[in-house]
Design a binder for this molecule. Structure first.
Ligand code: ANZ
Length: 807
């Protein structure tokens, strides 16, 4: 008998699928569809690791299972290729980013082929291909025309290592996500996408999505909607100039003791009186070096400086000192706070530190011991509003402010507009040119793409202008008959990935970014699988889709119906796998050792619930290899054995129970439990086999191959061919179970009371003693002999008898 030899089998089927184009779909096919995609990878020089494989295996199980459910399945693959790793490599080696990218893609593709994923390679795309980024640029110009792409000078996170600005989403605990450098603030003119215009829509849209609650909560927090009021404080001695603050607590207006400005707020220096000016200047400079995260820490000792100026209370006219303090953030609300030390802990700490007055304005309960009270209650010390419950008072005070034109209700979001420009080379050039007056113009559609020029030196100089600024020939462009100068910033890679799910449908379309009727059929994506980008990519792609909807380019508002967000694979000790720690596991090595891709896939699916992190166990693949080898051997033995066609209800029952289980788990994305169901089936088949291959083993083994196919497609196809002589496992409908075969036959147990037969009960053969006795005691004819009697003893003789002895 031949041994299970995955290397041979897997190569055979990978060639077969490639040559037959088994997984290509006709995009104009209107049959019921499922669109299954994984978050596309950045093809790094390091190649695949087992973390990628988990994600790809999940994508493939879903795609193959949906095909077996009768759907046309689109499962494309592409490359997210712009970004810093290729550029930094170019700086080090001088090799053009496009060149290394092409090499890395070839390498990734070869590695992927070894996994047997059912991709439709005819839909392959690459975001740094001019034929692709032409349309990314086109989308930019459309956003620009709608006021959704705009320029603004503001303080931005600056990465001193990568020498570029970064978006808020790319900062983690005050450090750059990619380089790990501590970020700084720099005042720069930058391009933004106006995602805040869609904040409410993005929030509300979450409710209908089949996404993990954790990711929805992260998006809700990131958007950070706050309801409150805007209040204007006049500046003493300056007519027509106000300080505007956002507050969620207008009810505390009478308790304002001071105003604090963020160091980023331009008023900080402007309002500094001559004798305070140098102190304010020094403080602002110092604060801008501190990360926002440190500034926001509650236990941080409060710091600040008095500007020397005063604001006027909008209702009482009281003079309020204006301070600068770094606990106020420049990027939230108006970068200014009305300090209410009686009811806000940070304001209280600040007031204590600088001896500012503290006036409570909400009556705290008698048993409230702390200095700060942030609960509900009646107003005190609040003029005409004294005595009102605070929620009502908040509305009344806001109404009064509105009447006086000193404020109004307002909703604020924590989310900022999406910073898109980068002072780097390896990205899609922003398709804008400036006229002599410095006015920005979109590059007309017929002049797109703006091709990224080749340069000799990729190194940014830290001036804040991109490398492209040194490409002097390229800078000049004629737009609408006028000579203009090109924008030299490029777009962050997140722009490219915000629409690729649409481009997959027809990646070679030269006429348009996509065809609306195709998009409306295939999207939303039914299953989108990945384990990253909870608030960046997954928010941006939702935002752009809503813009496309408003442009009439698609008829759906949400791009992703079901988000399958998988956990990480960690090293055996639970720590993160990383190249630098040398604890990564190379999937190709495992495959080539002879375990094969099927065993690797099955292990990564079996390792635990897909949504949880899991630790790599080097012995895991040994176990799944053995499991697959047992299936192989069973089929070989069956083929050599004599068929015995007598009925075998036990075989039927085992099979149908397994189908029902595996199907249930696949329907609920329980990949690990589905594999467990298959393992159980194989164990049971081995037990049944000891009585010989009696019954419909041919049918049972065919169905086993079918159920195995989403997980271990190479072996499944091979077994199918051995059993049926055909190569058409793809395209077979997933096995159905027969509900009448799920239950085992029932056996009859007799019930005696004091030795006399009183009832017969039909029970499952494996009923427990307790269940059998309980059932026996419930029988009407038994009860008429036991009710009112003390039960002295019960005996259960398995599969035969319940005997009850009464007094
Ligand atoms: C007065 C007040 C009294 C406040 C009180 C709170 C409690 P959320 O809920 O997160 O939206 N704030 C406003 N702008 C700020 C900024 N740029 N940096 C730091 N803090 C800022 O928080 C809104 C509250 O945060 C606002 O309401 C304001 O303080 C503060 F008993 O105003 B409050």
């Amino acid at each position: 008998m031949q041994r299970y030899n995955p290397i041979e089998i897997e190569q055979k089927w990978q060639n077969f699928w490639r040559d037959q184009r088994t997984y290509e779909v006709d995009i104009n096919d209107q049959a019921p569809k499922k669109y299954v995609a994984g978050m596309f990878p950045y093809p790094s020089g390091a190649g695949l690791h087992v973390g990628h494989v988990r994600n790809y295996a999940i994508v493939d199980v879903i795609a193959r299972y949906q095909r077996a459910q009768g759907f046309k399945v689109l499962n494309p693959m592409g490359w997210d290729t712009f970004g810093l790793p290729a550029e930094n490599y170019a700086i080090k080696t001088g090799v053009a980013p496009a060149e290394v990218t092409a090499q890395n893609i070839t390498n990734f593709k070869q590695q992927l082929a070894k996994l047997g994923i059912s991709y439709d390679w005819s839909k392959e795309l690459n975001t740094s291909d001019p034929a692709y980024y032409k349309w990314t640029q086109w989308i930019f110009t459309e956003l620009f025309k709608r006021g959704l792409a705009y320029q603004k000078e503001s303080y931005q996170w600056w990465d001193p290592v990568d020498k570029t600005v970064l978006a808020n989403e790319q900062i983690i605990n005050g450090h750059a996500e990619r380089s790990g450098a501590k970020v700084e603030k720099r005042l720069m003119k930058q391009w933004f996408f106006k995602i805040t215009a869609y904040a409410d829509q993005l929030l509300e849209g979450l409710d209908q999505l089949d996404w993990p609650d954790k990711i929805k909560a992260m998006q809700r927090n990131w958007i950070g909607r706050s309801e409150g009021a805007q209040v204007k404080f006049a500046i003493d001695g300056r007519d027509n100039q106000d300080i505007v603050v956002f507050t969620t607590r207008p009810d505390t207006l009478f308790g304002v003791g001071f105003i604090t400005l963020a160091p980023e707020n331009p008023l900080a220096l402007e309002l500094a009186t001559p004798d305070q000016h140098s102190a304010v200047e020094a403080y602002v400079e110092q604060s801008l070096l501190t990360s926002e995260v440190e500034r926001m820490m509650d236990d941080q000792e409060k710091t600040g400086v008095f500007t020397g100026s005063y604001a006027l209370h909008p209702l009482t006219g009281e003079r309020l000192p204006i301070w600068v303090a770094d606990y106020v953030l420049g990027s939230y609300g108006y970068g200014a706070v009305m300090g209410v030390p009686g009811h806000d802990q940070r304001d209280y700490d600040f007031a204590k530190k600088f001896n500012l007055p503290i006036t409570p304005v909400i009556q705290a309960p008698a048993d409230h011991a702390e200095a700060v009270y942030d609960g509900a209650g009646e107003l005190i010390n609040s003029g005409e509003f004294t005595g009102m419950p605070n929620v009502e008072a908040g509305q009344a005070i806001t109404a009064k402010l509105t009447e006086l034109d000193r404020g109004q209700t307002e909703v604020t979001y924590k989310m900022r507009d999406w910073l898109i420009s980068r002072q780097r080379y390896w990205g899609a050039p922003i398709p804008i040119a400036y006229d002599e007056q410095g006015q920005a113009h979109a590059i007309p559609a017929e002049q797109l793409p703006v091709i990224l020029p080749e340069v000799a030196d990729y190194k940014p100089d830290g001036s804040g202008r991109g490398v492209l600024a040194r490409s002097t020939d390229w800078l000049q462009v004629e737009v609408n008959g006028q000579l203009m100068t090109r924008e030299t910033d490029t777009m962050d890679g997140y722009a490219c990935s915000s629409w690729y799910l649409l481009r997959y449908l027809d990646p070679h379309n030269a006429e348009s970014a996509w065809d609306s009727s195709q998009a409306n059929h295939w999207l939303p994506v039914d299953f989108y699988c990945g384990g990253d980008h909870a608030v960046a990519h997954l928010l941006y792609v939702r935002f752009w889709t809503r813009v496309f909807y408003d442009m009439g380019l698609v008829n759906f508002q949400e791009p992703i119906q079901h988000l399958v967000y998988n956990g990480y694979i960690n090293a055996p000790d639970g720590s993160k796998m990383s190249k630098s720690k040398g604890n990564t596991v190379d999937p190709l090595e495992l495959i080539n050792q002879g375990y094969g891709a099927d065993a690797l896939r099955v292990y990564e699916l079996f390792i635990g619930p897909y949504e949880l992190d899991a630790s790599w166990d080097p012995r895991g693949i040994v176990g799944t290899y053995r499991f697959l080898a047992r299936i192989w051997t069973l089929v070989q033995e069956f083929k050599q054995a004599e068929a015995q066609s007598a009925a075998n209800p036990a075989l039927d029952q085992t099979l149908h129970q397994a189908i029902s289980k595996v199907k249930y788990h696949l329907d609920h994305l329980g990949f690990n439990t589905a594999v467990a169901g298959l393992m159980e089936l194989v164990n049971d088949l081995y037990k049944l086999k000891t009585d010989g291959f009696v019954g419909d083993w041919q049918g049972a083994l065919e169905k086993l191959a079918q159920m195995l196919e989403p997980f271990a497609p190479h072996l499944a196809n091979e077994l199918w061919q051995e059993l049926t002589g055909c190569t058409d496992l793809d395209g077979q409908a997933f096995p159905q179970f027969d509900p009448t075969k799920l239950q085992s036959e029932q056996i009859t147990v007799v019930v005696q009371v004091n030795g006399k037969l009183r009832a017969k009960i039909a029970v499952a053969p494996d009923i427990t003693e307790a269940e059998a006795i309980k059932l026996a005691l419930e029988q009407a004819n038994v009860r008429s002999f036991t009710d009112g009697h003390e039960i002295l003893k019960t005996i259960y003789v398995p599969k035969k008898l319940v005997s009850i002895v009464v007094k």
